[in-house]
Every structure is written in structure tokens, then in C-alpha cells.
Design a protein around this ligand. Structure first.
Ligand SMILES: [Cu+2]
Length: 345
């Protein structure tokens, strides 16, 4: 009994010592996120102007292409909204509300510290005979600004201008934030922003590709074109799931790469409702940066799980010549079009 009491006392003393022992001195580690963030921006301006011919300008490209960075501390970006008939699959045309000219909208690329001067015209009244004009807005997940000011809805025919500074590196979503947000997103108002660290992403790669996953909830109209099926969207029952806006497009037209080259994929699941379990058959992700931030690094992953609006950067090589399918490993989504092919030569 005495021995048990003694052991308990010794354990208690050891516990106390562990609690009060000084922390061992660590070598200071440089925190790559340790820089001054720029918060907020001047008030947004909504006005009437003459619209330019182009609907987009700035460091923008449609996925799978990845735009080049603009040099300089200030970057001018314009992405207008229009209502437009787009073909997402042979025989499936629908009146989308795209940012720019396609669904998803263009990929924007900036780097930490750059100030984005952003302009967006609501051109939805230009096709009034086919599709009713509608207020629209834009919400950049990459920005730290007041949504009630910058992300306000813009009436048809008006242009909003506001600015924001890129503070965090990553792969971020942008989307229309006008109610019903679900409705505006399933009409195609979604896109990707890539923010590079101040000194660029670490490591060299041979190839950069952007892949954006989205769901379509559609029903056929009497004239053979398609419109959004809002009930299906509320029930989360997509007709199609697509990479870069067109279901199974990379089965018909595979993405050609070289065996052994190092590939960096910018991945984003814009949803709006479902997650993506992104996987490539025949390889593993050598590096995965959650939300595209190199600080959030994981290694040797088979699948990247992306919730709605989550992004990632993955790096990999295709080990030898061959055909390598890429999928959302939730296989109901493969049946709906979330599948493509890399051909390594
Ligand atoms: Cu909208």
C-alpha cells in the first residue's frame, strides 16, 4: 500500500514538473505567412458607362489554360456579365449567365501584394429578347473586403468598380452573390482566382493546367434548348458534372502531356452543391497544397477531397507513356461527366 502511495506521489511530482518545465528553445522558423496584410479598400462605385467590345481584360484565360501574371503592383481586371446561349455538350445549349464568354468564367491570376482594380458591367439587358435582365454581383473569396459594399448587386446596364489586395496565396473561387445565390451559380456564375506567393510558387514545373469542376441542373424547353431546373438544384440532383464546363469533354479531346514531365494542376470545385474526390488513375500526387497555399503541404496523396468552393494545387508526373483517366472518384459523378483523360506521349 505504501509503495502504491509513493508511486502515485512520484507520478504526481513528475506530472507537475512536466507542466512547469521550461519549453526547449526552438530554432526560429521563418513563417512565410508573416507579412503585413492589407485590409479593406475604398468604397465601390456603381455607374453607367459605354461598354467596351470585349467582355474581359487583364491577366485572364479560360481553363484549362492558365494566364500569365501581370507585372507591377496594380492590376486592372475587367470581367463583364452577359446572358448568352452556350453549348455545354453536343445538343445541349442553355441560356447561361456567364462571367465573360463561358462557363466557368475566366481564370484570374495575381500575386500576393498586387492591388486589383476590378470592373464588372452587367450586360444582361443586351439579350433581352431571349432572357430577362437581372441584377448580378461578384464575390472574390481571395479578397478581404466588406461584402455589403464590394459584392453589392449591380442593376442591368450599370458597371461596378472596386479594388482589393491579394493577401493570401491560393486557389480561390469567385461567384455571383446575388439572391438566389444557388440560382445564379447554377446559371454558370462561377470562376477561379489563382494567387501566387510574392516570390512565386516554390519549385519548377514543366506544365500548368487549370481544372474547375461544376454541376449542371437543367431541363429541356419546348424549343430544344435548356434552362436551369431549380428544383433539381435544390434537391442536389445534377444532370451533368463537368470539368471546365463541358461534361466528359476531355474524353473526346484528351489533354496531351509528356511522360515524366512535372505537371502542376490548379484545382477548384465550384459546386455549387457537391464535393469532389479528385483522383488520377496511374499516379499519385507528389505534392498537394490545400486551398493552393504552399504552407498547407501534404505528400503522396491518392485523392484530394474538395468541398464546394475548395481549391488545391497538386503536382505529379505521369510515369510512362499511356492514357491516364482523371475522375471525381464519387462515381455517380463520373457517370454524369466528371471524367477526362491525360495522354502521356
Ligand atoms: Cu448573378
Amino acid at each position: 500500500m505504501k509503495n502504491i502511495a509513493l508511486s502515485a506521489t512520484l507520478l504526481f511530482i513528475a506530472f507537475l514538473f512536466a507542466c512547469t518545465a521550461p519549453e526547449p528553445e526552438n530554432t526560429p522558423v521563418h513563417d512565410p505567412m508573416d507579412y503585413e496584410k492589407v485590409l479593406g479598400a475604398p468604397e465601390a462605385v456603381v455607374e453607367t458607362e459605354d461598354f467596351p467590345e470585349n467582355t474581359i481584360s487583364g491577366p485572364l484565360a479560360y481553363a484549362p489554360d492558365v494566364p500569365k501574371l501581370n507585372t507591377g503592383d496594380v492590376v486592372h481586371v475587367r470581367i463583364d456579365v452577359q446572358h448568352k446561349l452556350i453549348e455545354i455538350k453536343e445538343g445541349v445549349k442553355f441560356w447561361a449567365w456567364p462571367f465573360g464568354d463561358d462557363v466557368p468564367g475566366p481564370v484570374l491570376r495575381v500575386k500576393v501584394g498586387q492591388r486589383v482594380i476590378f470592373k464588372m458591367a452587367n450586360r444582361s439587358m443586351e439579350t433581352i429578347e431571349f432572357s430577362p435582365p437581372m441584377p448580378h454581383s461578384i464575390d472574390f473569396h481571395a479578397a478581404l473586403v466588406s461584402p455589403s459594399d464590394k459584392y453589392r448587386s449591380v442593376p442591368p446596364g450599370q458597371t461596378i468598380t472596386f479594388e482589393w489586395v491579394a493577401n493570401y496565396p491560393g486557389v480561390f473561387m469567385y461567384h455571383c452573390g446575388t439572391t438566389s445565390i444557388l440560382q445564379h451559380m447554377v446559371y454558370g456564375m462561377v470562376g477561379m482566382t489563382i494567387v501566387e506567393p510574392k516570390d512565386g510558387f516554390p519549385g519548377e514545373v514543366d506544365r500548368e493546367i487549370a481544372l474547375i469542376q461544376n454541376e449542371y441542373y437543367l431541363k429541356e424547353k419546348e424549343d430544344g434548348t435548356y434552362m436551369v431546373d431549380f428544383d433539381a438544384a435544390r434537391k442536389k440532383q445534377p444532370m451533368f458534372v463537368a470539368f471546365n464546363g463541358k461534361p466528359a469533354q476531355y474524353v473526346q479531346n484528351p489533354i496531351k502531356v509528356k511522360a515524366g514531365e512535372r505537371i502542376r494542376l490548379y484545382l477548384l470545385n465550384v459546386g455549387p452543391n457537391d464535393q469532389s474526390s479528385f483522383h488520377i488513375v496511374g499516379t499519385l500526387f507528389d505534392k498537394v497544397w490545400w486551398d493552393g497555399n504552399p504552407v498547407n503541404e501534404m505528400r503522396g496523396m491518392q485523392t484530394v477531397l474538395l468541398g464546394a468552393s475548395s481549391g488545391a494545387i497538386v503536382e505529379f508526373t505521369l510515369p510512362e507513356p499511356g492514357t491516364y483517366p482523371f475522375v471525381d472518384h464519387e462515381f455517380a459523378d463520373v457517370e454524369a461527366g466528371a471524367v477526362g483523360l491525360f495522354i502521356a506521349e
